[in-house]
Design a protein around this ligand. Sequence first.
Ligand SMILES: Nc1nc2c(c(=O)[nH]1)N[C@H]1C(S)=C(S)[C@@H](COP(=O)(O)OP(=O)(O)OC[C@H]3O[C@@H](n4cnc5c(=O)[nH]c(N)nc54)[C@H](O)[C@@H]3O)O[C@H]1N2
Ligand SMILES: Nc1nc2c(c(=O)[nH]1)N[C@H]1C(S)=C(S)[C@@H](COP(=O)(O)OP(=O)(O)OC[C@H]3O[C@@H](n4cnc5c(=O)[nH]c(N)nc54)[C@H](O)[C@@H]3O)O[C@H]1N2
Ligand SMILES: [Mo]
Length: 750
Amino acid sequence: MSHTPSGLSRRQFLKGLSVAGAASLLPLRLLMPYTAQASTAFSAKDFQTFRNACPRNCYDTCSIKTYVKDGVVQFIEGAQESTFTAGGLCVKGYAYPRRVYSPDRIKYPMVQDGRRTGNWRRVSWDEAMDRIAKKILEIKEKDGSLLGMGLTKYSGNFGITNYGVEGMMSSLGYTTRFVGTPCWPAGIDAQNYDLGDMWCNDPEDMVKARYVIIWGANPAWCSVHSMKYVMEAKRRGAKVVVIDPVFTQTAAKADVFWQPETSSDGALALGMARHILDKGLVDLDFVNNAALGYEEFAAYLRENVTVEWASKVSGIPADQIREVAEEFATADPATIWIGYGMQRHTNGGASVRAIDALVAMTGNVGKEGGGARYGHLRTWGFNYHALIQKQPEGSVGFVGGGGPKGEFDFSKGEAASYTDRTFNINKTAQGILDAKDPVLRMLWVSCKNPFAQDFDRPKLEKAFDSLEMVVTVDQFFNETVANSDIVLPVTTLFEEWTVNVSYWHYWLGINEQAITPMYETKSNIEIASLLSKKMNALAPGSCTFPQDIDTKDWLEKEFNQGIYDYFGIKHWTDLKNGPVKAKLASTASWHDRKFATPSGKYEFRSDICQKNGHEALPKYKEGRKPYDEFRLLTPHTKFGLHSQFINLDWMHEYNKEPYLYMHPDDASEKGIADLDMVRVFNKVGEQRVKVKLTRNVARKSLLIYEAWFGRGNSFNVQNLVDDESADMGAYKTGAPGVAIHDQFANVERV
Ligand SMILES: Nc1nc2c(c(=O)[nH]1)N[C@H]1C(S)=C(S)[C@@H](COP(=O)(O)OP(=O)(O)OC[C@H]3O[C@@H](n4cnc5c(=O)[nH]c(N)nc54)[C@H](O)[C@@H]3O)O[C@H]1N2
Ligand SMILES: Nc1nc2c(c(=O)[nH]1)N[C@H]1C(S)=C(S)[C@@H](COP(=O)(O)OP(=O)(O)OC[C@H]3O[C@@H](n4cnc5c(=O)[nH]c(N)nc54)[C@H](O)[C@@H]3O)O[C@H]1N2
Ligand SMILES: [Mo]
């Protein structure tokens, strides 16, 4: 049997490339006849088809239809049944067949003799598990607990059954967990203070908006499928405004592009709010009947905010602020898409609250086609069977206090309750270095690539060096694997059963196993069951994780009547006919104006926010003080999803190396020419990279996309990004966010 997909999947990938990021120009359906055109011999009957779901951390969470022949994935396409995926995938998605069959894949369990030596040798699963289990037992013996063992996991695979990784840790005992998220926590807290929850409208209802502001998001790259709704709204007469310090591909589609000072969004939103107040364009019904604290907010605006001040802080001319504010307030409905990029700042949560306030005071919260759109978890009502595992009898845990902010002091209780020990995921390196009583001895890394995605890479290397054992579960030999002792090969989406939903749209799709797992790969939960078998063989009762599992049974265990009712299906097997959408009473979140806040109203004044150490009102908060000549931005890239996809040879043909993008006037002052090699440096470290000159970035800004190239390229933006916290995030996610875009650096020619 050949493990090579037909030329079809590659041709389809090339077609995907030409529309990547330009979904708004080409109807996605144009992709569809292609498979038929590609070969006159094509007949769907020649293939077995399967349902898959892209499990990457992405708004779009695409529903996939997979065509298999001779046990090999031949090609894939976006599911037609989902109006969101609408038959098309992004360029990364079309590259999936190459990911599965990449010669670079990790094929077997391997042990490295000396970290970063590259001296890997293949071992059996039995030997790998034996080494790991013995280390776990040794830690327990030495420390009297398993708190010296840590887990860091994030968003490599969002399939629900993959929460079995956390389940595996619980089944061993109380351990150390890295909690929180680098992605969106400041905004989550902000929306929780204002609305009581993060809950966005159905993105498909954006077509009804008469005015769309995309504020610090780049959907042309990061949510390709959402662009068709933005463009349809525009076709129906809506005005589209993009606010971003970078002239992005999304900005290129807008009617109005504002390029404000980075981190000045709060001032801009409040300046608009002040003008709306002055013009008498406030929705009095909403602020009087559905909101709390509006009068105090209005007083704050009158006393502390002017349009001229907002203009000075943001760099956007005052007359433009007035014009857009008036247009926004008079359009009905009007909506703001609040991006995750704009809240990765030391004032990110405060900025999101100011934008929420703007949407609320104009009466656009709770309206179809309106809303302060950020994200939602309404479709995530699974059983979390894989996650919820019980600690073995007699497990010893953390008693020094617990809860997201250490507010529970269990040591003082009558019967001390044990918990896991929690460290901030956004300060992984510092967490490892600071760990005491016990120190962190061992780290399990899964669905996460800390060396590519966590902050302050030089410090991270030091931290990893202090660990006695690092086990990484992954698909490719990345930098985290290089800093590990043992690597375990994991399946891709086509090789396991699971289920996926989105944090943006309202579709549900299953992920069927379409092919036999390649080589010796195993799913995350099968790995957990193997470990359990070994643990129990060496020390009976030491692990509660079931020892024999079938990923299909575990998929089934995630469903319940609530999920079935929400999506209007009888049984999960109905999903074999295609993805289904939630039966929504309205496409508008908060349509009944019953907010989840303590007052039940929209809270311009949030006492919880104040109690948690912030302002009660959505007041302006200044950004981080610059510590170098240039602002450094490291946002998300088109051809990759974080550290995934770019390393594939197919991608390499189009995206061979990283670049630093900078303004030509800054470059000429520094004697730098296009394509020169430069050194970017700051207090964290340095990175050498080639320059591309462009007026798409502002003066005094450096732009480098985060990416892992692999293929011998040592480029890593985390050599320049520190772990400074964002203002919010601890309330709902257990740790504050991280100020990824509040970074500064210098640059010189080498
Ligand atoms: N400088 C900078 N840093 C950033 C960001 C930025 O904008 N700039 N963005 C931040 C954001 S928003 C996010 S969400 C994070 C993302 O951070 P991560 O979640 O770490 O990112 P990924 O690269 O998507 O995935 C991590 C790893 O999971 C592996 N993986 C894939 N599938 C599986 C599986 O089924 N099992 C296992 N065990 N592993 C699997 C992948 O191969 C990959 O190595 O990065 C953050 N870091
Ligand atoms: N192709 C692709 N798609 C992806 C991803 C990917 O890596 N690649 N990642 C996925 C993930 S995990 C996420 S979180 C999502 C969302 O991804 P986002 O976090 O929204 O993506 P970014 O491009 O990092 O940030 C969006 C925009 O915010 C801008 N920005 C930064 N600072 C500021 C500021 O102070 N003010 C304003 N107004 N704008 C600012 C950046 O210039 C950027 O254009 O995308 C998902 N989709
Ligand atoms: Mo993210």
